[in-house]
Design a binder for this molecule. Structure first.
Ligand code: GDP
Ligand code: IMO
Ligand code: MG
Length: 419
């Protein structure tokens, strides 16, 4: 059976965690394919709330196999904290969580390097989550990385070598730090990791596919944060796009089935970087407040704005999205007018294709919609939505050429409409 993919089409935090949880009953296996603890995936059900960072969002329904793939970067200390908290709340994962031996490790010094590089960039900083993501992926591509499998043999000397390289860089940068506590927790995390099934997960994944089992691949971040196609350099350091599921799990491209692209009915971004449809007025403030738009990992305020169809169409193209999933339209219930960016004006010229650079010259051109101006949170059938809401959904379908198959109208698992 082909593997399906769930991924974000904007700047992350679209609601991937909720959707993966909702879709989990239909799959045998859920697998994360990239990113690391920079992710914060929120799930709400039965009056409980969980935020997952490195662990896939398929752990709560039906004892499914969950996999952390080779494309993920794993911080053992943060992983331990996350897995222990879950075990405490009754979700012991040691038997059903499988971790790729080829996943790269985030070292304590990667976190310090992340802070040092950000400080060195000054005003041009990316606004990273500070979790060492960039430095860990840098070591992976420069062939200096440590992998999960390395903790099983010859670990001490490999760790010392890697740490010494980082210490040299930090010393050259004259960046002060204290690694003692971080390193202690990290080494405890390394020991803890050994309790789990550390495997060549690409073999398991392909065995499952060949045995007609269904796999849902869970993305982190979003297409606008992709290292190749996002708003570079204000991006993360992995391929967040559909192709990342192939490289991050060892799935051949012809084994990818459905591609679910998730987007918010408006748009948010956390950290620095361009955001053409960003709002700086009371409408933006209301989206932030009603949508609780604060980072689930860093607590930072998320910047809010209108949906950007130029960027969304680009994301749909890059990922080969087959079904769209619209989140958080309920956050716009109070608005009389809703806008959608449909083109960019760059130095007087109207452009509908996504440009090389999203700089300050890029101004959005908007189409206006009448708001539905009522509470939609209790609606569970598409037919029951107000006409203005349907007009907005059908506009997005027409523009992208992709059906909106799932609509989410609240954070809870049950606040979901399947079409
Ligand atoms: P992820 O990183 O893509 O998994 O998304 P996050 O969990 O970081 O952010 C999404 C936030 O929106 C979380 O707080 C969710 O609980 C919440 N959420 C998800 N879907 C909806 C929805 O349809 N309506 C509202 N109001 N909140 C939602
Ligand atoms: P989820 O999976 C939103 C952003 C950071 C920063 C940039 C680079 O929850 O959607 P990094 O720490 O990755 O080097 O930071 O990417 N960023 C996210 N923004 N949601 C995320 O994950 C993000 N992960 C990273 O804010 O701008
Ligand atoms: Mg998030």
């Amino acid at each position: 059976m082909k593997a399906d993919v769930v991924l974000g089409l904007q700047w992350g935090d679209e609601g991937k965690g909720k959707v993966v949880d909702v879709l989990t009953p239909g799959y045998d296996t859920i697998a994360r394919f990239q990113g690391g603890p920079n992710a914060g995936h929120t799930l709400e059900f039965n009056n409980e709330k969980y935020i997952l960072r490195s662990i896939p969002s398929g752990i709560f329904q039906g004892n499914k196999i969950n996999i952390i793939g080779n494309g993920v970067v794993l911080d053992p200390a943060l992983f331990k904290a996350e897995a222990e908290a879950l075990a405490k709340s009754g979700h012991d994962l040691t038997k059903r969580l499988f971790i790729s031996k080829k996943a790269h490790l985030i070292l304590p010094t990667h976190r310090i390097l992340d802070a040092a590089y950000e400080a060195a960039k000054g005003d041009a900083k990316v606004g990273t989550t500070g979790k060492g993501i960039g430095p860990a992926y840098t070591d992976k591509t420069s062939r200096n990385g440590l992998r999960v499998g390395d903790i099983l043999s010859g670990f001490d000397s490999k760790y010392r070598t890697a740490k010494a390289k980082h210490e040299k860089i930090l010393s050259d940068m004259k960046f002060g730090y204290d690694i003692t506590e971080l390193e202690k927790e990290w080494l405890e995390g390394v020991e803890y990791l050994k309790k789990f099934n550390l495997i060549d997960s690409e073999i398991l994944v392909n065995d499952l596919i060949n045995n007609n089992k269904s796999i849902l691949c869970e993305g982190a971040q979003g297409t606008m944060l992709d290292i190749d196609f996002g708003s570079y350099p204000f991006v993360t350091s992995s391929n967040t796009i559909c192709a990342g599921a192939c490289t991050g799990l060892g799935i051949a491209p012809n084994k990818i089935g459905e591609v679910y692209g998730i987007f918010k009915a408006y748009c948010t971004r956390v950290g620095s970087g361009p955001f053409p449809t960003e709002l700086f007025d009371e409408v933006g403030d209301s989206l932030c407040e009603i949508g609780h738009e604060f980072g689930s990992v860093t607590g930072r305020k998320r910047r809010c704005g209108w949906i950007d169809m130029v960027a969304l169409k680009y994301s749909v193209m890059i990922n080969g999205v087959t079904s769209l999933i619209m989140m958080k339209a309920d956050v716009m219930n109070h608005l009389d007018i809703i806008k959608a960016g449909v083109a960019y004006e760059i130095d007087g010229e109207i452009i509908e294709n996504f440009p090389y650079e999203l700089d300050e010259h890029v101004k959005p051109v908007y189409k206006e919609f009448k708001g539905w101006n009522c509470d939609i949170n209790d609606i569970r059938n598409y037919d029951d939505f107000p006409a203005e809401f349907k007009e907005y959904v059908e506009f997005i379908e027409k523009e992208t050429g992709v059906p909106v198959k799932i609509i989410s109208v609240g954070p809870d698992r049950d606040e979901t409409i399947m079409r």
